[in-house]
Design a protein around this ligand. Structure first.
Ligand SMILES: [Zn+2]
Length: 313
């Protein structure tokens, strides 16, 4: 049943930056600043966006002007969950208690009795793998399942297409979504993580920033999403309270995206709640995850898989 698989997938070959650039064109009418030439991190993108939209000189790029950076709602807000964020599940949802989805019988493909045990922790003694991990065909990247350092597929074309479709739907409802950070290389993640450690220390940095090789952004399937002209909410808890953030939470699954790090699931996902970080998994799985309230880890590895809203597997 459960297959943990390490192999390359043809859909994850390097595709370069064309899709990222194309959505920038869609969003900003040819905004040349959004070429995505460098990892789309928040500071650079925010500066570029301000330049593209307002003609301002991005003088504060890289400065403290942008408190939040990717995978980061900023340490001062990190410890203060709002409690009324966008993590309220839809009706009929059954939310699994954290860590409560333990084994239901043996699985010879699994390396541990409880595949969720230690899922949120780094194993400092384990080197990066030579192949990425797919479970039932779904690429998984977290603290327990890192990626090879040279895994650099670029933005996944299917995910990009889904994002474009979602952005178009959001536009009809009055929201202009901006993907301020998408694919990141191992090297870019290393730069970011090292910066955060220097600033906040390892323990704090590990709550909001992935170590190089462990970031889901390296999969090319992840989009940090904000709203155009609302940069003050980018990569911050407050995004979840905006109308755009609420729209995204309520609708992203229809386009194949899931809120990857829900509130109250840090001991499974390994990261604090991030209202802006969405992962493409395809419409079918996204719908199941959204309606069940499970995390991707629980869906793929836990006994929650198949229940309660997954009657056909
Ligand atoms: Zn992110």
């Amino acid at each position: 049943m459960r297959r943990i698989d390490t192999r390359n997938k043809k859909t994850h070959k390097s595709k370069g930056w064309v899709p990222a650039a194309s959505v920038a064109v869609l969003l900003f009418g040819g905004g040349a600043a959004w070429t995505g030439a460098h990892g789309w991190d928040l500071k650079e993108s925010a500066a570029s966006l301000r330049g593209a939209l307002g003609g301002e000189t991005p003088t504060d790029a890289g400065s403290g002007g942008q408190k939040g950076t990717e995978e980061n709602s900023a340490p001062d807000s990190a410890g203060q969950p709002t409690g009324d964020g966008p993590d309220q599940p839809a009706d009929g949802v059954v939310t699994q208690p954290a860590g409560g989805t333990s084994e239901k019988g043996g699985d010879p493909a699994s390396s541990a009795d409880d595949p969720l045990a230690g899922i949120a922790e780094y194993d400092d003694n384990r080197p990066l793998p030579s192949e990425p991990t797919y479970i039932d065909g779904v690429l998984l990247a977290n603290k327990k399942y890192p990626l090879p350092a040279d895994f650099a597929p670029g933005v996944d074309p299917e995910a990009q297409e889904a994002f474009d479709e979602m952005a178009a739907a959001a536009r009809l409802d009055g929201f202009e979504l901006a993907p301020f950070s998408t694919f990141r290389t191992f090297e870019r993640q290393k730069e970011l993580y090292d910066q955060y450690v220097a600033r906040d220390g390892v323990e704090a940095a590990d709550r909001y920033s992935a170590r190089p090789g462990y970031s889901e952004h390296q999969t090319g399937l992840t989009f940090d999403i904000g709203e155009v002209n609302q940069e003050q909410h980018w990569a911050r808890d407050s995004f979840g309270d905006t109308e755009a953030g609420k729209w995204l939470f309520a609708n992203a699954h229809r386009f194949g995206f899931i809120l990857r790090y829900p509130e109250g699931k840090e001991d499974i996902t390994g990261y604090m709640h991030e209202s802006w970080h969405y992962r493409y998994v395809g419409k079918e799985i996204a719908a199941k995850i959204h309606s069940s309230g499970l995390t991707l880890e629980e869906y793929l590895l836990g006994s929650g898989k198949g229940a309660p809203s997954d009657p056909d597997k």
